[in-house]
Design a protein around this ligand. Sequence first.
Ligand code: ATP
Ligand code: MG
Length: 647
Amino acid sequence: MSEPSKLYEESGKVKVSISPWRLQTLSKEALNDLEKFWAEQARQLNWTKYWDRTLEWDPPFARWFAGGLLNASVNCLDRHLDSETRNKAAIVWEGEDGQSRTLTYFELYRQVCKFANVLKRYGVTKGDRVTIYLPMVPELAIAMLACARIGAIHSVIFSGFSSQALVDRVNDAQSKVIVTADGGIRKGKVVELKKVVDEALPSTPSIERVIVLKRAAIEITLGPNHVWWHEAMKGAPHVCIPEAVESTHPLFILYTSGTTGKPKGVMHGTGGYLTHVLSTAKWVFDFQKNDVFFCTADIGWVTGHSYVVYAPLMCGVTEVMYEGAPDFPGPDRYWAIVEKYGATILYTTPTALRMYMKYGDSIPESFDLSSVRLLGTVGEPINPEVWMWYHRVIGKERCPIVDTWWQTETGGIMLGMCTGIEMVPMKPGSATFAMPGIEAGVVDEKGDAVPLGTKGYLVIRRPWPGMLLSLWGDDEKYKATYWSRFPGTYYPGDYAMIDKDGYLWLLGRADDVLKVAGHRLGTMELESAFVAHRSIAEAAVTSRPDQVKGESIVAFIVPKEGIAKSLELRKQLLDHIRATLGAIAVPEEVYFVDKLPKTRSGKIMRRLLKAVASGGTVGDTTTLEDGAAIDEVRKAYEDLKHEVVHT
Ligand code: ATP
Ligand code: MG
C-alpha cells in the first residue's frame, strides 16, 4: 500500500502516476470473454446443478447461469457448517438501547430452518411472496433466508414506512404473508409496526397470515390469522431441506428509495445476483477471516440486502447489525459501536457522515477507532470535503476509502475501488473504476461517448450478473425506464464524468442537472463547493425557470452547529462560489434551513425543492423522512422569496 500521504491525490496537489495494471488487465480479460469471466466467479458458489448456458441475453432480459440450480440460504449458511466458521459469530446485533445479541453461523442456520418450516406450515411455497416489515433485528435476516430456503420471494419493506406505503407494496407484490413485529425502537420511541399493519390489512386482500415478532413488548391485539413468531417457532422442526431453485428464480423484490419519483419494484434472481454480490464484496472489501464488518444500512434498502445479509454471510465474516438511529441518544453511535466490537470495516453513507461532521471532530476523536482498516461509502456522491474528513478524522489518514456506486437495480457494486485486487491512488469524491466485468461509459444526449473530462450520462454497456430481472409485473416499464433512453444500453439516470486518468466521478442525478446560460452543472459540483466552506454542513441545489438564463440556481443551505444564518454568511458563500466555480455557478437565491427533505434512506429529494422553487406540485412523498423538512423549506422560501440576491 502507498504511504499515507500518497494515498490520495488532493485536487492536483500531489501528482501521482496512475497505472492500475492488475485491475486493467483483469477488466480487459473479463470484457474480452464476459461469459468465461463470470462463469469463473459463479463457481465460487455452491450449486446443486451447474448451469447449461452462462448467459442467455435476449435484450434487455438477461438469464444468467440458465439451467443451474442452487439455494441462497445454503450459500449463506450450510456451506459453513463443516468448517470452523460454524461456531463463529455471524451477526452481532446492537440494539438502540444498548442491548446486544450474538448469533453464530450454526444458530442462524437453526433459526432459518425453523422459520422456513413455519412458513411452509402456513402454506407458503416456491414463488409465493412474503412481505417482511420488521425493524433491524436478526429476525429480519432470518425471515429473508427462510424465504430463500423454500424458494419464496421476499419483499422487505423498510420499517419506517406508513400503512399506505405498505398497502401499495403488498398489493403490487400480491404477498401471501406479512412478517412484522409488535413494534420497533427508533430514537428512543416505540414505532408501532403491528398497528401500521392492522391499518393496512383491510386494503391488502392477498394476505392470509400475519406473523408477529415480540420486540417492543407493547400491548397489541392478534386477529384470527395472526400468530406470534415465538409461538409459531415452538414446534417447528429443526431441519428444512432447501429447495434448489433455478438460477433465474426470483430471490426478492425490493422497491427503490423513491428519490426521483414513485418507487419501482425491482426483481432480482438468484444465481446471477449471488455471484455479483459475492464477487464484488471480495474485490471491494477484501474480506479476511478476522474482519468485523459494520455496514450501517438498514436491511430495508438494497445495501442491507446485499452487504448486510447476502455477501457477508456468503463470505463467512462477522457482521455488526445496528438497530437504531446514528444520533440517538447522542451523535456518536457509529463510533461507539466500532469501538465496542472492534469493527475493521465501516460501510456507511455521505448523509450520515455529514451529520457527524456537523458536530465537530472531538466526538469521534474520543473513541478508539484503531481497529478500522477500511472505510466505505454508498448512496449519494460524497463531497470531497466530507471524504477528507472521513479520511482524516475516522481513518486517521491510514485507511483507504471505497466510494461505491450502484443501485437497487444493479444488485451489487458496479463502480468503486477493488482493494482486494489492487490499491490505486484515490481521489476524494471519485468512485475510481468499474468493477471487472462491468463496462461503464459516459455519453452525450445522443448516446455517443464523450471525450475524457467531459460531463454526460453514465451508461452500462453490457449485461452483468447482478442486473435486475425486470420490474415486478411490469416488463414494459422495465424496458422504458432503463433501456429506451439509449437503445441497447442500460441507463441508470446518473450524471457523470471520466477524468483524464480514467477515474469516474458521479455528479448527481441526470434529472437534477442544472442548465444555466448554456452550461450544464451537476448538482454535486455546486453542493460540494458549498460544503467545502467551513461554516456549511449540507447543501442542496435546484433550479427554477428563468426567462433570460433558461434556469436560475436556487440553493438551500444547512449551516454547521452554532453558525448564525446571517446575510453576511450568505454574502460570504456567494463570494466563495464565485471564487471556486466562477460567476456562472453563483445562485440567484440562497435559503438557510435547519434540515433538508430526505428520503428515509437519507438521500436529498431535490425534486421537492424544485417543486417549491418553481411553484409545482410535490408528487409522491411516501418515502419522505420528515414532513416538517419540506414545510421548513417552503417557509424559508416564502419568507425570503422577494429578497433576491443580486450577483
Ligand atoms: P428512485 O430510483 O426510486 O428514485 P434511488 O435511485 O434513490 O430511488 P437507490 O437504488 O437506493 O434508489 O439508489 C441508487 C442511486 O443512488 C444511484 O442511481 C445514484 O444516484 C445514487 N448513488 C448510490 N451510490 C452512489 C455513489 N457512490 N455515488 C454517487 N451516487 C450514488
Ligand atoms: Mg434510482
